[in-house]
Design a binder for this molecule. Structure first.
Ligand code: BG6
Length: 477
């Protein structure tokens, strides 16, 4: 529907920006940090773009004060970052590393001193390596207890200062990439193992939320879900059904479990039919029902357009990790759906559909299905940026973010409760599989795949644009 006038963004709207520990911190073996599965994975030849790793990343560990000063100057209201589990429990789940805890004390205090709300992610994909070696990490029921212990430790330490918590970041991504596509650690290709690991992750997520509540802390907690809403390519009923299948299997399979504490029946039935259903226990569902989130965190980048796929149709595709436009080989699940080209939207150089209306649709679907407030925990454009005479003219990023923020305002006007909007990312950072050439930040970091150079920071044009958006609480969009 078209509105005659858009509502204003609410007072106190969290205009934020985000990062993740492995992608920015560096200092991979400093101050008692243990090894995470990503520290190991990036050392296997051929796994990442040009063999890039996060050993130094953008050195946020040593430069966080400089980075927070840039945020403060911009007027940022919220900064979302993740805690590296391997800094807190480096070698086992019994001994806590005080120096690891102190690093995040310093970051949180620096943010608060500059009136920036910390939004803390417990887990952004970097499980300690010893948990993988000891019992296969997410594939073991033991992870539920260990994740809860880790979560409780950081809740107790920072709960007096942190009011927004994100439990798991993009469970759908780390599980599907880790256990189906084998592009993330532990690089397994086995759907049965994937759904089992996913079930334990579901219960661990809810157990951590339940623990948070039991501590009586003031604050809100929810997962961040990577939602790419499905569109049918046309009005042929079988394609509409394929789009339904896509959202059931790629979105509701996760979000229903978070928000309702149960699996969507259509998907559970499909899992059973294909002998893919995880082993569950009745007490798991008690935890799932008791650990529902306060908000749904949403990471939105693009939509997906789909069509029907026969039982002997295409399987897993090949994403574009090179930045060569048009190199994506779209895949699907035989008998369920296949992804196809959407001719109506522009694409990035990594072939991601640029679709601000899709964000409004995403927010509305979540609102209708779950009625939960939504925190947009990521949204942004990965592109090549050029540093020229100390400046970066990223008008394409301004356009992208402006259109998406406007779509958020439209959704708010539609009646959706949105707590805040965090762009991805604050500074440029390491893209897990795309190296340093795919940039997302407001702040350019001068480094590339070959060398960290001096890691000098430069404000992009988008930095100044967002400063004004924040100053005017979105009135200038
Ligand atoms: C999200 C992740 O999937 O998308 C981020 O939470 C990631 O960690 C971001 O960097 C962008 O993805 P990519 O592959 O372009 O770096």
């Amino acid at each position: 529907m078209q509105h005659k006038k858009l509502k204003d963004f609410p007072e106190g709207f969290l205009w934020g920006s985000a990062s993740a520990a492995y992608q920015v911190e560096g200092a991979w073996d400093e101050d008692g940090k243990g090894v995470s599965v990503w520290d190991t994975f990036v050392r296997i030849p051929g796994k990442t773009f040009k063999g890039t790793n996060g050993d130094v990343a953008v050195d946020h560990y040593h430069r966080f004060k400089e980075d927070v000063a840039l945020m403060a100057e911009q007027g940022l209201k919220a900064y979302r970052f993740s805690i590296a589990w391997s800094r807190i429990f480096p070698y086992n789940m019994q001994e806590v590393n005080e120096k690891g805890l102190q690093f995040y004390d310093g970051l949180i205090d620096e943010l608060l001193a500059n009136h920036i709300e910390p939004v803390v992610t417990l887990y952004h994909w970097d499980i300690p390596q010893y948990l993988q070696d000891d019992y296969l990490g997410w594939e073991s029921r033991q992870i539920i207890e260990d994740f809860t212990t880790y979560a409780e430790t950081v809740f107790r330490r920072y709960g007096d200062r942190v009011k927004y918590w994100v439990s798991l970041n993009e469970q759908n991504v780390f599980i599907s990439h880790g256990y189906l596509m084998a592009t993330h650690p532990p690089a397994v290709k086995d759907p049965k193992r994937m759904y089992q690991a996913n079930h334990y992750a579901n219960v661990a997520n809810a157990a951590a939320i339940k623990k948070f509540r039991s501590l009586g802390l003031d604050g809100q907690i929810g997962p961040s879900f990577a939602y790419s809403p499905g569109y049918p390519i046309d009005a042929r009923p079988e394609n509409i059904l394929a789009a339904e299948n896509f959202d059931e299997l790629n979105a509701y399979l996760w979000m229903d479990v978070y928000a309702k504490g149960e699996y969507p029946s259509v998907i559970w039935n499909w899992l059973e039919e294909n002998d893919l259903q995880p082993e569950t226990r009745p007490e798991d569902f008690k935890i799932l029902k008791a650990g529902k989130p306060d908000f749904m965190g949403v990471n939105y980048y693009k939509t997906s357009t789909v069509a029907a796929n026969p039982l002997d149709g295409v399987g897993i595709g090949t994403p574009n990790y090179s930045g060569e436009k048009g190199s994506t080989e779209r895949g699907g699940i035989p008998g369920v759906f296949k992804e196809v080209l959407n001719p109506f939207v522009e694409k990035t150089n990594w072939d991601w559909d640029i679709d601000p209306v899709g964000l409004r649709i995403a927010l509305r679907r979540i609102n209708s299905r779950y009625g939960l407030p939504i925190l947009i925990t990521e949204n942004g454009l990965g592109e090549y940026d050029k540093l020229k005479e100390g400046q970066i003219h990223d008008q394409y990023r301004i356009d992208y973010l402006n259109d998406h923020a406007k779509a958020v305002q439209e959704a708010i006007t539609d009646g959706v409760t949105v707590l805040g909007y965090c762009t991805w990312s604050y500074t440029d950072l390491l893209s897990w599989l795309n190296g340093y050439q795919k940039r997302y930040g407001f702040v350019y970091v001068d480094r590339d795949e070959d060398s960290p150079k001096e890691l000098k920071r430069y404000k992009k044009a988008s930095y100044y644009w967002y400063k004004e958006v924040i100053e005017q609480n979105g009135k200038n969009l």
